[in-house]
Design a protein around this ligand. Structure first.
Ligand SMILES: *Cc1c(COP(=O)(O)O)cnc(C)c1O
Length: 449
């Protein structure tokens, strides 16, 4: 029998080169330390994006804030800035210590992107940003909008009728579709969301109720994106939001960092040489966690340590980064099925763009079983009364992994962090959940028993 090759090598050869693949292929939980990780000084020279790019995105979101406050009244209190709370989770930390029989020193905080207004997930950052940027470009081309205008004027028939001549398309496992769909429909665009088989019914129903066209596929995320891209190419007035390659999405996510910096200052939390910051980010295709981590590295540099979290059945970014093959391989190539209850993370092929940017910046990555995500979901509800969707719990396993694995210990030793851990700050990035219907959340909660 002829053996199938993966990017020119047999599975055996890959496993020999990267022994961790053995565990990954058998969907066991792993913790991986990134050998390409560099000091920020060195890393920043390899990256084409910088502070100014993020600043520009931040300024654009400020220009749109009066309009957002007007058309989404739930954002009024925040003056149209789409931002989420950050909260201490001391009871959850205790629970983790008990369940995993592991001391976890330092402060634990939860960044509640689950409670971002408009679409209730991290996608309310990048997704909405890219729609706004596109709208601004179109309106400027038609000489209907210029810098200095009060963007509240976008809430009018004149603008809606302009945007109705254009369309927007996107491929999604659900949450990106929600963000792009809701925002685009509000502005007046024709919008089509290409949904993978993982997408939950309630997300499709919600979008249709807002006038969004939802196309469903029996296949996974990569297929939905591919089909979306193909359809969009046929129509010159259609703008395709490319989750696998978009610089704008990435920068929209990166704006989170300066906002977080302010929130930490308000809480009188210092991040410096003696107070390291650890951030755990659930990863699908990579844009969300990559953008946030990039923004954080620009601000906190070597004092922040970013880790990505993926389901054991969809470790696409980990495999892409470890092998250096990025988007040239999928988890399916390695006979991993990409079937997970963490719908937001059900991605088999990572973004090559994000993987390359993150190569010198990411500290490491780990995988979490679906079972564990459900159990953590239930624990967080019981201890802190916060309800998240399964994907959003992937981050919560990070600190335990870091302490319990020999790889995690060696990372701490190597960077002389072990003695500083009492003063460390751990931020678990909660990426979604506030829009999950009650009966579905109850089902999740039951599964966590
Ligand atoms: C999309 C998503 C992520 C990951 O973002 P990517 O850009 O796909 O890496 C994490 N959590 C939730 C809930 C998501 O919807």
């Amino acid at each position: 029998m002829k053996k199938n090759k993966i990017a020119g090598k047999t599975m055996e050869a890959w496993k020999e080169e990267y022994p961790l693949l053995d565990k990954l292929v058998s969907t066991k939980e792993v913790f991986w330390v990134n050998p390409e990780y560099e000091s920020f000084q060195t890393a920043s020279q390899q990256i084409s994006l910088n502070e100014n790019d993020v600043k520009e995105a931040e300024e654009r979101l400020k220009r749109f804030a009066p309009y957002i406050a007007k058309v989404f009244p739930e954002t009024k209190e925040m003056d149209g800035i789409i931002e989420s709370p950050i909260v201490y989770i001391p009871s959850m930390r205790q629970q983790l210590e008990q369940v995993y029989e592991q001391k976890l020193p330092g402060d634990f905080l939860l960044k509640c992107d689950s409670h971002l207004p408009i679409s209730g997930s991290i996608k309310a950052r990048g997704g909405i940003y890219e729609v706004l940027k596109h709208a601004e470009e179109l309106a400027s081309q038609h000489q209907l909008l210029k810098r200095g205008d009060d963007y509240v004027i976008l809430d009018s028939e004149k603008f809606r009728s302009l945007f109705s001549q254009y369309s927007i398309a996107v491929g999604s496992t659900g949450n990106l579709g929600l963000s792009i769909g809701i925002m685009s429909a509000k502005m007046g665009f024709n919008v089509t969301v290409h949904m993978s088989a993982d997408a939950k019914q309630w997300k499709k129903d919600l979008l249709r109720s807002k006038g969004v066209t939802v196309v469903e596929y029996a296949d996974d995320y990569s297929k939905a994106v591919e089909e979306g891209r193909k359809q969009a190419e046929k129509d010159p007035n259609c703008y395709f939001i490319d989750d696998e390659n978009s610089r704008d999405l990435f920068l929209g996510y990166a704006v989170a960092a300066s906002r977080l910096k302010q929130q930490l200052e308000d809480l009188k939390i210092t991040i410096d040489q003696d107070h390291p910051l650890f951030v755990y980010l659930p990863c699908g295709v990579g844009g969300g966690p990559g953008g946030v981590a990039f923004g954080l590295k620009l601000i906190f540099r070597d004092h922040v340590h970013c880790f990505f979290a993926e389901p054991t059945h969809s470790p696409c970014m980990l495999i892409g980064m470890m092998t250096g093959l990025h988007d040239k391989v999928s988890v399916q190539d390695f006979e991993i099925d990409n079937i997970t209850a963490a719908d937001g993370l059900a991605v088999g092929r990572p973004s090559g763009f994000v993987g390359k940017v993150m190569e010198p910046l990411l500290s490491g990555s780990y995988t979490v079983s679906d079972d564990k995500m459900y159990r953590l979901l239930r624990s967080l509800a019981d201890t802190e009364n916060i309800y998240l969707e399964p994907s959003a719990l992937a981050g919560m396993a990070g600190p335990v992994h870091l302490w319990k694995s020999t790889e995690g210990q060696s990372y701490l030793n190597h960077h002389q962090l072990t003695d500083k851990m009492k003063k460390a700050v751990h931020i678990v990035w909660a990426t979604g959940g506030s829009m999950v219907p009650k009966e579905i959340m109850e089902e999740y909660y039951r599964k966590g028993l």
